[in-house]
Design a protein around this ligand. Structure first.
Ligand SMILES: [Zn+2]
Length: 149
């Protein structure tokens, strides 16, 4: 859907109404101020997704059974199926955000799952649920492509 694409290009930071994080000289990576920054981003993102899920569910309830004409109904069903797929994706994303918030609490956030280096503030602002550094991510994607043939 073009609408959700536009939202994505806006960026999660803008969506949360936050400015890019300004690191102070010598500041500890993933110290409390940075963790708080990402907590805010993740919470705002999750709220926005939840609202979207709720809105569609209400919209679908309102519209359901409003079309006596079978052709209209078929078109409506198709639209609903698409919506449901989107909602499914959003629910999975919400779960991932929950998991990431838990990583913040566990002091596990911001470090690559594979090699342990810092993922980096800028990369995390663009992709707060990232669990791999850019190198490991690139490698993982290459491997995936090779497996796919
Ligand atoms: Zn890595």
């Amino acid at each position: 859907m073009p609408e959700s694409k536009e939202k994505k290009s806006l960026g999660i930071l803008a969506l949360a109404g936050l400015e890019p994080y300004q690191e102070k000289p010598g500041e500890e990576y993933m110290g409390e101020p940075q963790l708080e920054h990402f907590r805010k981003i993740l919470n705002a993102w999750r709220n926005q997704l939840r609202e979207e899920v709720d809105r569609t569910m209400n919209h679908m309830k309102d519209e359901a059974a409003n079309f006596p004409d079978p052709v209209d109904r078929a078109a409506q069903e198709e639209e609903f199926n698409l919506e449901l797929r989107n909602r499914d994706r959003e629910r999975k994303l919400i779960k991932k955000i929950d998991k990431t918030l838990q990583r913040i609490e566990d002091d596990d956030f911001g470090f690559c799952d594979s090699c342990g280096i810092e993922i980096g503030v800028r990369r995390l602002e663009a992709r707060p649920t990232a669990e791999l550094c850019i190198d490991c991510k690139t490698l993982a994607e290459l491997k995936e492509k090779q497996m796919a043939g």
